[in-house]
Write a protein that binds this ligand. Structure first.
Ligand SMILES: NC(=O)c1ccc[n+]([C@@H]2O[C@H](COP(=O)([O-])OP(=O)(O)OC[C@H]3O[C@@H](n4cnc5c(N)ncnc54)[C@H](OP(=O)(O)O)[C@@H]3O)[C@@H](O)[C@H]2O)c1
Length: 255
């Protein structure tokens, strides 16, 4: 059985390990956007497929039996391409999207935004000194905030030249609550702008809550229609093992 695992997340790395342990052949696909310090177990490929057409060609050419889309909840384009390519080729697809922070105990107190424009507008009215943790690629949409203090934290350097009033920290999580408290205090942050990446509770959210710093939370894009969705790695393994039985039976019959 050949599995294509669309990765770039901790969950995808964990799945690569579990699939390998089960003896299931899987290729992890990475966009190659960030330097990966922890390459996943097993075979990897790096770089885009060339849209849904390119991915459909890859699925046929590599005789892929199943696709697991374990990309980040905000990797909207890749997920849409996977849905399109799998629908066209008939390859089963499962989307793994970690639990949203919409169920976080503090969620009702946050300012939820449906778009980056809305997040910027709401945050602009909440305070002058902003802590911006929305990923490197979205920074450009905040760049006209050259008139205020912005602290941003990224893994790889931003693609844009950041305004002089910004401080760019380079760091990779997870972070400790004490360090996040220290950061918010040291830079006198009065609003946190982030996105609903989800998963284990994030230290910056706990720190913001403790210091009563308002949070602007960018809502997740909706997953593609008609794609089966699960939230935990264990559910993916159940699905894959079920498919493996079917694929093995099919191969026996076609011999
Ligand atoms: N967006 C985030 O906040 C975020 C956070 C952490 C990690 N990541 C990871 O970083 C990667 C890029 O995220 P993004 O938001 O830029 O994605 P995106 O906007 O949905 O994808 C843009 C393009 O990048 C290529 N691509 C994305 N993921 C890929 C993968 N796993 N393997 C091969 N090609 C991929 C595809 O190119 P083609 O059309 O040419 O196939 C896709 O059309 C994803 O793998 C995601 O899991 C994203």
């Amino acid at each position: 059985m050949n599995v294509l695992l669309l990765g770039g997340t901790a969950e995808a790395r964990e799945l690569a390990r579990l699939l390998h342990a089960e003896g299931i052949s899987a290729v992890t696909s990475l966009a190659g956007a960030v330097a990966d310090l922890h390459p996943p177990q097993g075979t990897t490929r790096v770089g885009g497929f060339g849209g849904a057409d390119g991915l459909a060609g890859y699925l046929r050419g590599q005789h892929v039996d199943a696709v697991i889309d374990a990309t980040h909840p905000f990797a909207e384009r890749m997920s849409a391409n996977a849905a399109d390519a799998c629908a066209r080729t008939g390859v089963p697809l499962l989307r793994l999207s970690r639990p949203s922070w919409a169920v976080h105990p503090d969620a009702a107190s946050w300012h939820w935004a449906d778009s980056i424009d809305q997040a910027r507008e709401v945050a602009g009215g909440l305070g002058e000194r902003v802590f911006l943790t929305i990923g490197r690629q979205s920074l450009a949409e905040f760049a006209y905030w050259g008139d205020r203090f912005v602290l941003t934290r990224v893994i790889d350097p931003p693609d844009i030249a950041s305004p002089a009033s910004w401080t760019v920290l380079r760091a990779r999580g997870p972070f400790r609550i004490d360090d996040e408290l220290d950061l918010l205090r040291r830079y006198e942050i009065d609003v946190l702008v982030t996105k609903d990446s989800g998963g284990p509770t994030d230290a910056k959210l706990a720190a913001a809550s403790e210091l009563e710093v308002p949070v602007v939370m960018l809502r997740r894009p909706a997953p593609p229609d008609r794609v089966r969705l699960v939230t935990y790695v264990a559910d993916v393994m159940v699905w894959v093992k079920g498919l493996r039985v079917g694929v093995a039976g099919q191969r026996r019959r076609s011999r």
